[in-house]
Write a protein that binds this ligand. Structure first.
Ligand SMILES: [Zn+2]
Length: 83
């Protein structure tokens, strides 16, 4: 195992309190993996989930990305600041 970081493929920790396991799943597979895990091991109950701590960060990142956190950004209507 190398310590090289796969920044191309961010992994998200999934925790299942029932199984007492944590797995790192590629972001694109997270929803599918959680659904399958809960379906196969927990009769479709929402037991396994993304680490709550990470969810917050992802939501934060997404919000930042969408500019949702910059609601009060001053709108400059003047275009007289030519370079
Ligand atoms: Zn489980």
């Amino acid at each position: 195992m190398t310590a090289a970081s796969d920044s191309d493929d961010p992994r998200v920790p999934i925790v299942c309190p029932d199984c007492e396991t944590t797995s790192r799943i590629p972001l694109s597979d997270v929803a599918d993996t959680i659904e399958r895990h809960n379906e196969q091991l927990h009769d479709g109950e929402d037991v396994a989930a993304v680490d709550p701590d990470i969810v917050e960060r992802i939501a934060d990142l997404a919000a930042t990305d969408l500019g949702l956190l910059e609601d009060s950004e001053p709108e400059s209507e003047s275009d007289s600041e030519a370079a």
